[in-house]
Design a protein around this ligand. Structure first.
Ligand code: PLP
Length: 228
């Protein structure tokens, strides 16, 4: 049986230690528990153990969990979002980590304005330019940022990346460092905020925290290997 409370306390300790190594305050880092494929019962256990933020990567699953658990948690959308599924997540979503193209931004903007809301988003950057990953390349990043900044229905709050999965997380430190540099370069651009750096997963969150992450997305280290 997965001991969620025990796993959480391990993750929190490692997170705090990484923060201290970097001279950072652990309290400025939000742990987003990635609950994709994880049943609502386990999510409730994590809530009981003090988790406030959850990440989902499928639109219908986010909608279903929001319907069941709702405002007891903050819901982050971290997956590739198809334009025709924006309607499922737009109201439930506390933060969309995965804005990766203008057509998606336009659809979010259209729906957000209808609802009279502003959707907080992070731009997903594919720093390592892995074929298998979504997200814009650095070359595509600047034009997308400038265009998205003009849309009243979205609010850019920062950047997100997924590092390649490697045996030694030290290898991907430059990926996290580069995202932080981009964020610094984008700071001060009109119409955008660079408050959040979403980077780090079970395999590499300590390195990401050392490099400045303030949102880490951790699934397996909390819930164990996912069913399915
Ligand atoms: C699944 C997923 C995670 C969590 O991965 P773990 O290795 O289980 O911690 C984080 N970010 C994204 C975008 C994911 O899809």
């Amino acid at each position: 049986m997965t001991d969620i409370a025990q796993n959480l306390s391990n993750v929190r300790e490692r997170l705090a230690a990484a923060a201290r190594r970097a001279g950072r305050n652990p309290a400025e880092i939000t742990l987003v528990a990635v609950s994709k494929n994880i049943p609502p019962e386990w999510i409730r256990q994590a809530i009981m153990a003090g988790v406030s933020d959850f990440g989902e990567n499928r639109a219908q699953e986010l909608r279903a969990k929001y319907a069941e658990i709702g405002e007891l948690a903050k819901w982050h959308f971290i997956g590739h979002l198809q334009t025709n599924k924006v309607k499922y997540v737009i109201k439930a979503c506390h933060l969309l980590h995965s804005l990766d193209r203008m057509s998606l931004a336009i659809e979010i903007d259209r729906r957000a304005r209808k609802l009279g809301i502003q959707v907080p988003v992070l731009l997903q950057v594919n720093i390592s330019e892995e074929e298998s990953k979504f997200g814009v390349t650095e070359a595509e990043f600047w034009p997308l940022l400038q265009e998205v900044a003009k849309l009243p229905g979205l609010r850019v709050k920062g950047l997100m990346t997924i590092a390649p999965f490697v045996a030694d997380p030290e290898t991907v430190r430059p990926v996290f460092r580069r995202l932080r540099e981009l964020s610094r370069e984008a700071t001060g651009l009109s119409g955008v905020e660079m408050s959040y750096l979403s980077m780090g997963m079970s395999n590499d969150f300590e390195v990401a925290v050392e490099e400045g992450a303030n949102l880490v997305r951790v699934g397996t280290a909390i819930f164990g290997e996912r069913p399915i």
